[in-house]
Design a protein around this ligand. Sequence first.
Ligand SMILES: [Zn+2]
Length: 98
Amino acid sequence: MAERAGAERAGAEPTVPDPAECPRCAAPGLARLAVSPVPDAWVVWACRRCSYSWRSSEPPLNSSRAHYPGQFRLVASDIDSASEVPAVPERSQLPGIL
Ligand SMILES: [Zn+2]
């Protein structure tokens, strides 16, 4: 019955608090990608600057700037100077793959 009650409320605005900044790069202005169909269960957030995404129900190690591992943190200059990710070649150009 809990699923049914949740389904009836699906689509309601979540009460999960919005994060103030990206855990990885500290940028504000996050995008809400998805909301749980079960009210207040979770929200998936994505950073518009570094593309990091996380679910609000993940542990602070993944969802909080204060707890995010220092060796994986980024600042704006890290992102600006990052090398370009190479394009994936067309399937027919990959050797050994039909
Ligand atoms: Zn970010």
